[in-house]
Design a protein around this ligand. Sequence first.
Ligand code: ADP
Ligand code: RBF
Ligand code: MG
Length: 182
Amino acid sequence: MSPAIPLSASGRPLIVGDSEPTAPYPVFANGLVMTGFQRGSKQLGIPTANMPQEAADHIAHAVQSGSGIYYGWASVGNDATVYPMVMSVGWNPFFKNEKRTAEVHIIHQFDEDFYDHELRIVVVGYIRDEKNYTSLDALIDDIKTDIQVAEHSLKRPAYLALKSDAFLAPPPPATTNANGTN
Ligand code: ADP
Ligand code: RBF
Ligand code: MG
């Protein structure tokens, strides 16, 4: 028998999906970080880097259900460091958005914002459907559990392997020609 799947305090399974990513994952996307709705996600401790519309639409079409909560790996700008991430794709029923968004919360404390920097992501799996909530606290609690789910689920070897995918490497520095004139 395989060992029992650990549960969150709220009773959700902390490991989701198969032992390795299955189609359509992994899904790759990149784009420059946009300004979002400035709803104070940052003040709530859960800043989300918003993908440009084309990237959001690409992700929504590539992942299994068009909207939902997903997890994977992310890197930013010229930095090669790869971090775990959780992502919300959809219309945020709690806030009644009119456009589809893909918002990435990187599981790392950054010293500075990175608007306009390139965000590269590898989506490795699905966590849950988007929900509507009666309180902001309930939404925040679920996001905190999503973070735990991502951390646990990414430890499996086939998921960990994608952390070193070449797609997440920053673009090579601009080269200069032999006499340095370009
Ligand atoms: P917005 O409504 O503009 O998306 P947020 O409150 O969601 O504002 O903050 C998002 C911004 O915070 C990101 O665009 C990024 O520049 C910055 N940021 C800092 N730390 C993180 C993080 N760990 N994950 C995602 N974004 C972060
Ligand atoms: N918004 C919703 O309306 N329903 C959700 O179920 C939901 N889940 C989320 C899960 C994660 C991991 C993240 C990062 C965001 C989620 N959001 C959800 C989006 C949230 O409403 C948005 O980030 C707000 O801007 C938070 O203030
Ligand atoms: Mg945001």
